[in-house]
Design a protein around this ligand. Sequence first.
Ligand code: OSB
Ligand code: MG
Length: 381
Amino acid sequence: MEVILTAATRLGPIDSLELREVCLPLTSPFESNFGVQTFKEALLVTLKQEGVEAYGECVAAAAPRYSGETISSAKYIIREYLAPLLFREDLESPAHFIELSNWIRANNMAVATVEMALWDLQGKFQNKSLARLIGGRREEVAAGVSIGFQHSIDQLLNVVRANISAGYRRIKIKIRPGHDLELVKAVRSEFPEVPLQVDANSTYQLTDAKALKDLDRFQLLLIEQPLAPDDIIEHSTLQKQLSTPICLDESITTPDNARQAIEIGACRIINVKPGRVRGLLWSKAIHDFCLAKNVAVWCGGMLETGIGRAFNVALATLPGFTLPGDTSASRRYFKRDIIAKEFELTKNGTLMVPEGPGIGVELDKAYLDAYTTSKETLPAR
Ligand code: OSB
Ligand code: MG
């Protein structure tokens, strides 16, 4: 795509913003502490400016389980408070947008949706891939896979086996009290060497420390988010009792709380999801701090469509992303993704980083329209 622009030092005012909800069938049901998902409901935004389209994807779900945000709350925040910032003459950049929206408490997922679309727009205007725009140098990123709860241990082993054969570089399984030791033990006995980690999605309490301590002998890469999101202090108490590194996901919402969590020893690894931390600017700030402190980071996922996946992949090209991400191929999630050229797993167990301008993926618009459940355009005309 050729984009020729008059010396674009500013992004604003944006011509229009479209809010679109889609509902895509998943390849297989995904069961976690948040329930069983058979569809992915996603809120997508499209910014239009001087004939260029830029995209963003909100990681909020329909219900406020993983975080307090929902698709509806994000739409409300975007419509009422964020869209007006886009229509300002003086809007300069994603960083300027973050500054202008700084007064908005919480609602990180809503802000991230628009911030990321602005990065895509900036990349397209400057004819640079998002990965290069943010300073990433990798051409491919290591892919792990997150496996939900299964009906039986045999079924879990089947799924793990299939994903290892497919070439995924790391396996993550979900655990919860009463469904932890037996699962880890089964996977470890069949796959003694596979890089393995577990995700508890806040299902444990400090009084369950013994059950988590029992996992120390299985050489797990990490235990993700054992305790409640606000329990930073309790995580530091727990980490002292475990040799396996704790990795925080839900708890980490800002560069400041990431720094505090590391300073008090609440975690030794961070799962960065740009959609959870207001977008790429804060993701990069968390990355930069962790890199300086020698704390590993990796890029998590929220079952994103090809749009959100492209942002995650670009982020994971930064040097501090040293562990494989939950950045799996399109096919692991969807019968069919909304992008024209789906993300595929390479022979090396990686995803290739798109090289085109911005997020570098094109939409399959007819398919997208067929799976759209609602659409509105701002400013309302
Ligand atoms: O906790 O990492 C999580 C999916 C939805 C919400 C939260 C989480 C997840 C996953 C899947 O584990 C990650 C992915 O493959 O996108
Ligand atoms: Mg998680």
